[in-house]
Design a protein around this ligand. Structure first.
Ligand code: PLP
Length: 356
């Protein structure tokens, strides 16, 4: 895996402008695979699916309160639908196709608090599968509209039940409709495995001496997969989850104290893999999301929560290299006015509406 990653190389020179198209070799004309994305041939990819993963990392140490601590953001917002979930959506679909579960005409079913639904809806549209997304009724307009763009059917569940209610309803539907293909990101081993096979190695390749990895916990796939990989490379790496306090909502994240433990969490070592969790309140997530914007990283609110977790490491460690995950971009949260509104008002709105 390492050799393949290394051979992709970092940005190497682009086109030689002295040569005409006729001079290009057959190799150079070949459509690049996803692993060529940073390679010499940044040409058109064969499909948007080839743009999934291999995301950039950017140093934001300017936000560090401690000169001995480097902060690096892993920009999952660079994926085609703007979130980390493109990785697992693509992998879960490909696995279901490969093992014969997902065949022409079968309907895909998934509960999603946002990003996974959008990723799956785009890919289902591209591949021609019908899709049903189960989600709480109190979602933002942007989210509804994005699912409309890709033609997904939506089943709404009571807002008060949050994402746990959507998971429960999807499970009932899956029992009623065995002909539907329930991908189930919370139980599907492909979720953490994809992060183990792609996100983790990319971080190791691009950042190197990582001492801490901080990410929000939703399904836990990112933390379990990347955490497992990084600890294999360097056992001393600390893996830290960011969670909202029980009963509070930071979009995309869940508190394990709210009553649902994702099966992939337990299966991948969960509490044994994690070195700790940092509880981050909504106001703090918003404040840190604003700080990210001030250095040019336009991110969703869970990225602010992850930065808040990284800041706590930076306040205590003498020297550290902290990688945190920017799970998605800020576009889909614009109606929350997270960047421009009064902090208390934005936080109050965020408690009522699921933006993402
Ligand atoms: C915005 C956002 N941040 C973070 C996460 C957490 O990622 P994971 O499900 O891999 O734990 C999610 C997952 O839904 C998300 O949508």
């Amino acid at each position: 895996m390492d050799a393949a990653l290394t051979s992709q190389g970092k940005a190497t020179p682009g086109y030689n402008l002295d040569r005409s198209a006729q001079d290009l070799t057959a190799q150079e004309l070949k459509a690049p695979s996803r692993t060529d994305r940073n390679g010499p041939d940044m040409a058109a990819c064969a499909s948007p699916l080839d743009l999934v993963g291999n995301t950039p990392a950017v140093d934001v140490s300017v936000l560090s309160p401690n000169p001995g601590v480097r902060l690096v953001a892993k920009l999952e917002s660079a994926n085609p639908t703007g979130s980390v979930k493109d990785r697992i959506a693509k992998a879960m679909l490909e696995e279901a196709e490969a093992d014969g579960t997902l065949t022409e005409g079968r309907r895909i079913l998934e509960p999603s608090s946002g990003n996974t639904g959008i990723s799956l809806a785009l890919m289902a549209r591209m591949k021609g599968y019908p899709i049903t997304i189960v989600m709480p009724e109190n979602v933002s307009d942007e989210r509804r509209r994005m699912l409309e763009v890709f033609g997904a059917d939506v089943v709404a569940t009571p807002g008060a039940e949050g994402s746990n209610g959507a998971v429960r309803r999807a499970r009932e539907l899956a029992l009623d409709r065995p002909d539907w293909v329930f991908l189930d990101q919370y139980s599907n081993d492909v979720n953490p495995r994809t992060h183990y096979e792609t996100t983790g190695p990319e971080i190791w390749r691009d950042v190197g001496d990582v001492t801490h990895f901080v990410a929000g916990l939703g399904t836990s796939g990112t933390l379990m997969g990347v955490g497992t990989y990084l600890k294999e490379r360097r056992p001393g790496v600390e893996v830290l989850a960011v969670e909202p306090p029980a009963g509070e909502m930071v979009d995309g994240l869940r508190s394990l104290d709210d009553g649902f433990i994702p099966p992939v969490y337990d299966k991948w070592g969960g509490v044994d893999l994690l070195d700790g969790k940092r509880i981050v309140r909504v106001e703090e997530s918003i404040t840190q999301t604003r700080r990210l914007a001030s250095v040019g990283v336009f991110a969703g609110l869970s990225a602010g929560a992850a930065l808040a977790g990284a800041m706590r490491v930076a306040e205590r460690a003498e020297r550290a290299v902290v990688v945190f995950v920017v799970a998605d971009g800020g576009w889909k949260y614009l109606s929350s006015r997270a960047w421009t509104g009064d902090l208390a008002e934005v936080a109050a709105r965020a408690a009522e509406t699921i933006y993402f």
